[in-house]
Design a protein around this ligand. Structure first.
Ligand code: NAP
Length: 296
């Protein structure tokens, strides 16, 4: 079997177009422009790239982008004061604090100071609890993007066996909750899982979110399974830097029914879902119907 490639780049473009359409409607019919505030503390190069990209894509879909760049030695009190201001600003519907934060800042405290209704990353403890209990929440962007691609490919996921490799708070755990919400039978695997190859071989859906280059070989994949590779790993290949996932793409693509490539799979969906979440937050704040197909 040669796997169908799930083109995350094209899918993300479709999501952004849907968001842009809805934003145009909101402006025209309700006079509202959704706004996303991104807060960056310090000058971490990777974070600067992400923040720039988020700002650019926010403006491209017609939303307002508010960037707040703070010195690396910003005090916790000053950061919390900025978040409080954004929480109370009606023009701001989504707030994202770029992680990781410098070591002197308490990430949990900072994230939990964001108004949960504006927490477009879905990391606030209230949103984690709402997702865990199957209630309306803000859903973390990367797992939301994975869910959208799976729903698009399969239609219903009901009754499917899903294995999520990785139990992080930002990917593995919310991914498992979302799959459970769609009535999959879910196994969460991690570094202590026994017989990981056998666990993965049972799965109709494999989501790999580990951070280990090409760790999952093709012979772990059940014939015809759908493989979602969240991993982004930089390796050196023939003296050049190359991005690879957590799955060995070449061998997995020979057995899977469908697979996301790296790059061009899950990655582009993450920012698209951030925009979708900002739109959702704006609609909820204004008691308007939520955009269809853009939430969990
Ligand atoms: P993380 O917080 O480091 O979590 C990694 C998880 O993998 C942990 O639960 C760990 O288990 C598990 N693990 C480590 N070694 C393992 C092994 N040998 N067998 C089975 N499980 C193992 O990572 P993360 O933040 O979830 O990110 C995972 C990957 O996704 C990274 O490559 C990251 O760059 C990428 N990522 C991509 C996007 C995107 O937009 N595409 C977004 C976020 C993350 P323990 O809990 O037992 O230690």
């Amino acid at each position: 079997m040669v796997a169908q490639v799930i083109d995350g780049k094209a899918f993300a473009a479709t999501v952004r177009a849907q968001v842009a359409d809805q934003v145009a409607k909101l402006k025209e019919e309700n006079g509202i422009t959704p706004g996303l505030a991104v807060v960056l503390v310090g000058e971490d190069p990777a974070s600067q790239v992400y923040v720039r990209s988020k700002g650019k894509q926010t403006v491209e879909v017609g939303m307002n982008s508010y960037e707040h760049k703070l010195d690396v030695d910003t005090s916790e009190a000053d950061l919390l004061a900025l978040i409080d201001k954004l929480n109370n600003d009606p023009a701001v519907h989504g707030i994202l604090v770029q992680l990781p934060l410098p070591k002197h800042l308490n990430e949990d405290l900072v994230i939990n100071s964001i108004d949960p209704a504006k927490d477009v990353d879905g990391f606030h403890i209230s949103n984690v609890g709402l997702l865990g209990t199957g209630q309306k929440s803000m859903v973390p962007c990367t797992p939301l993007g994975c869910l959208m691609m799976l729903r698009d490919h399969h239609g219903s996921l009901s009754g499917m066996d899903a294995v999520v490799i990785g139990r992080s708070n930002i990917v593995g755990k919310p991914m498992a909750q979302l799959l459970l919400g769609d009535s999959c039978t879910v196994t969460i695997a991690h570094s202590r899982t026994k017989d990981l190859p056998d666990v993965v071989r049972r799965a109709d859906i494999v989501v790999a979110a580990v951070g280990r280059p090409e760790m999952v070989p093709g012979d772990w994949i059940k014939e015809g399974a759908t493989v979602i590779d969240v991993g982004i790993n930089r390796i050196e290949h023939d003296g050049k830097n190359k991005l690879v996932g957590d799955v060995d793409y070449a061998s997995a693509a020979e057995r899977a029914g469908a697979i996301t490539p790296v790059p061009g799979g899950v990655g582009p969906m993450t920012i698209a879902c951030l925009l979708a979440n900002t739109l959702t937050a704006c609609c909820r704040a204004n008691s308007l119907p939520e955009p269809e197909g853009l939430t969990a």
